[in-house]
Design a protein around this ligand. Structure first.
Ligand code: SF4
Length: 775
């Protein structure tokens, strides 16, 4: 059981007891692999790619993959103070005892967290300081398209999409285990898309990508967060890559070509994953969901087969979603629409090859309003070399019609960073003062308060650009930052540019060394990465930008980027095969009659005692749905079940008598249903009793068992004394939280009085079993 001090915020982050977490493979395991996300749990648990690799690794014979996230500052201080190393969530094994440790890198400001996590595990941060006893440290993810600024901290770097190569790495390691560490690293560095920074690369490293996305594995059973994560919903990856060719976009170039999953495959994935997880919201993952060739068909299927499930589309190209699709999404859509406008004026957008149809959006505004949408999110960038004041002011051409249609606008403005592997890779970052003045022009041109403008912090953007465009000269910068205790920089309250400026000043360097424009004669640090895209093509695209010319996108033709891809322009066009395979969890939906009120009594014990009240509520609803309970949904726009819960149980206190009341279609076999609900709950949460009555009808009274401790509160009766080793008291009162924070008791367990009084009912045999487990 996880034991942490009571001042730790959200201790569930460290418990590893999520539904679908793979916790018991120790006996069958030859290879122990820690998959790490270098930010805190709440962020890392939102990433589809992270879960995809987790599932793929755990499907392999002899491999056990566990998760590890950066601890929040309070937990780090606790680990350092108590001399404990950072551990994996599932088995609480120190990272230093793993065979392989892999970091998924998707954000520049997370590199400092990698170093902190390594040092917290007792693993030297530099690859050249590691010895035979240390695990092999690997990195992959979008950031490795320019790995030079940080590659010295890794034994192996993976470039591109990681699912196939991860399988190869783990299987090869299993075959080689026992051989000298250096030998294994060299063997693994021989795999395509992989290199070992200590000895190479001695030739270009090819970026990996999956050619047959439709045939590739899709995650079905992601561990469900026990602490509200940033995006807590079921991610369905409908397509990968982007064919639009926006000249500033590293994702667009770094994930080419555009590939789709067929509708038939996706409907099967959706049915199975909803059954397993019970999620009430789907997010269709794509770099541009509106480009998916069968979006209408897919939305229509979800609305028909899972009528109570809402859909969100993370990012849309303006004009890419049809009126029919908006209507279908209509009331079931979540989160509104987010459009990446990028540049305010049409002329500037042509230079960026951002060919969007603003007129279509403006025509669709009344429909969006009629479908219940009251606001739009728009993304804009500033700092392009051709930008004029007139361009910046023309943002009103989009915001004014929105306001006139009764739709508010949230405008997010970020500085432009010229990214590696794009046609703009040799441009410079705009000067800080100029960026500020350009942002001022935008702000002043939008006096209406119904346009909320959010500006990306410029200093943060400059540091991101520095790392994105950096090279090996930044290795000592990261060591300096690590020594200064820099970490968790993605959190604005933790970020400061001061330690960066300090290092640059000490080394007589300026940010300009990395941020300024680079001539055609300068060698680029990311040149050794072979993305498959022709350098001549990038140069020609830059020239077209200078002339303000558009290039055809991969959906309508081929611009001959050099990839010679097989997917485009004839992308996968699957369709739903046979009758809709309705899932047990969500079939039916709110018919309006035939529902009954049920009350579930459940237990929270062990590590689950750290799960907060609201998180427990979401987990319970998902478990009920995954178990096949058909809940009555309420609400027109975002349908939700109506629930009542017993008063919030303070975090840290265990209980066998928490209650949840819901309305659901009649249940034939409550005992079987209890078993299925428990199977879908986190470790330490258990469904104990399900009765067709309201919560008030349960008529529970309860007391607390106080375990151990010398302090005996007023009114507490000694209940049991375990041969003088441990005292158990029975106590009733309202201020249990105060008792808990005094720290006088090892455990406090809320129990049903019926059990204490010795009254047994059929269901209370479950209580007995669970209380035995607890005590
Ligand atoms: S080869 Fe043609 S279709 Fe394929 S990614 Fe390049 S431009 Fe697009």
């Amino acid at each position: 059981m996880l034991e942490v001090p009571r001042n730790i915020v959200k201790p569930s982050r460290y418990a590893g007891n999520e539904p679908n977490a793979v916790r018991n493979r120790r006996d069958k395991t030859d290879v122990r692999f820690a998959l790490c996300y270098p930010d805190i749990y709440d962020i890392g648990m939102s990433y589809y790619g992270f879960f995809l690799l987790y599932e793929i690794a755990n499907r392999l014979d002899g491999v056990w993959c566990e998760r590890c996230f950066a601890p929040w500052q309070d937990m780090e201080e606790h680990l350092r103070r108590s001399g404990q190393p950072l551990f994996t969530l599932e088995s609480r094994t120190p990272l230093s005892q793993m065979d392989l440790v892999g970091f998924s890198l998707s954000y520049e400001l997370n590199i400092t967290n990698v170093l902190n996590m390594l040092s917290l595990s007792g693993i030297p941060i530099r690859a050249d300081r590691r010895e035979g006893r240390h695990p092999i440290i690997i990195c992959g993810g979008p950031l490795t398209l320019n790995p030079k600024p940080f590659d010295t901290f890794f034994d192996l770097v993976v470039i591109g999409e990681g699912e196939e190569v991860l399988e190869n790495i783990l299987q090869r390691y299993r075959a080689l285990k026992g051989l000298p560490r250096d030998h294994i690293i060299q063997e693994l560095a021989g795999l395509e898309g992989v290199y070992a920074p200590l000895t190479g690369p001695d030739k270009a490293v090819k970026r990996l990508y999956i050619e047959d996305l439709d045939g590739s594995y899709h995650a079905l059973r992601p561990p469900i967060p026990v602490v509200g994560s940033v995006h807590n919903r079921l991610n369905i990856e409908i397509s990968r890559g982007c064919g639009n060719g926006c000249r500033f976009c590293m994702a667009g170039y770094g994930y080419r070509p555009y590939r789709e999953r067929s509708v038939g495959r996706l409907t099967d994935i959706i049915d199975r994953a909803l059954d397993i997880t019970g999620y009430e919201e789907l997010s269709f993952l794509s770099l541009s969901a509106g480009d998916y060739s069968s979006l209408g068909e897919l939305i229509e299927y979800v609305k028909r087969a899972h009528p109570t499930t809402s859909i969100s589309l993370p990012s849309l190209k303006i004009g890419s979603i049809s009126e029919e699709e908006i209507r279908m999404l209509g009331e079931g859509a979540r989160g509104g629409f987010t459009f990446a406008v990028e540049a305010a004026s049409h002329d500037l957008r042509k230079r960026l090859n951002k060919d969007i149809d603003v007129e279509t959006l403006l025509r669709q505004l009344p429909l969006l309003r009629a479908c219940g949408w009251r606001n739009l999110k728009l993304y804009l960038m500033v700092g392009f070399p051709w930008e004029t004041e007139e361009d910046l002011r023309s943002v009103r051409q989009i915001t004014d019609p929105c306001l006139k249609a009764g739709i508010e606008v949230n405008l997010s403005v970020s500085p432009f960073t010229p990214k590696p592997h794009t046609p703009f890779e040799r441009l410079g970052v705009e000067d800080e003062a100029v960026l500020r003045s350009k942002i001022d022009v935008i702000k002043k041109s939008l006096p209406n308060k119904r346009v909320k403008v959010k500006i990306r912090d410029i200093e943060t953007s400059l540091v991101e650009a520095l790392i994105a465009r950096g090279d090996h000269r930044l290795h000592p910068l990261f060591e300096h930052l690590h020594e200064k205790g820099v970490r968790l920089e993605a959190w604005s309250e933790k970020f400061s540019i001061a330690p960066y400026r300090e290092w640059f000043h000490k080394n007589d360097l300026g940010f300009g060394e990395f941020l300024s424009a680079r001539s055609e004669n300068t060698s680029l640090p990311w040149k050794f990465i072979d993305t498959g895209i022709d350098h001549t093509f990038l140069r020609m695209e830059m020239e077209r930008a200078e002339r303000g010319e558009l290039t055809i996108d991969c959906h309508r033709g081929c611009a001959a980027c050099g990839l010679a891809c097989r997917a485009a322009p004839d992308v996968c066009q699957g369709s739903v095969s046979g009758p809709a395979n309705l899932s047990a969890a969500t079939r039916g939906g709110p018919s309006g009659d035939g529902y009954e009120t049920y009350t579930l009594r459940y237990a929270k014990f062990g590590d689950a005692r750290y799960i907060g009240h609201l998180d427990a509520m979401s987990l319970l609803v998902r478990a009920l749905k995954a178990a096949g309970m058909r809940l009555k949904m309420h609400g027109r726009y975002h349908p939700k079940p109506r629930m009542a819960l017993s008063p919030a149980l303070p975090v840290g206190i265990e209980s066998t008598c928490e209650l949840l009341e819901v309305e659901a279609e009649p249940i034939q076999d409550p005992h079987d249903m209890l078993r299925r609900i428990t199977r879908s709950l986190p470790g330490g949460m258990r469904a104990l009793e399900l009765r067709p009555i309201s919560m008030r009808g349960m008529n529970l009274t309860f007391q607390y068992i106080l375990v151990g401790g010398e302090f005996r509160p007023e009114g507490a009766d000694l209940w049991r004394n375990n041969r003088d080793k441990r005292a158990f008291y029975l106590w009733s009162g309202a201020n249990v939280k105060e008792l808990w924070v005094t720290g006088s008791f090892e455990r406090i367990i809320k129990v049903d009085n019926r059990r204490i009084d010795g009254i047994r009912t059929r269901n209370q045999r479950d209580v007995q079993r669970n209380e035995d487990r607890i005590s």
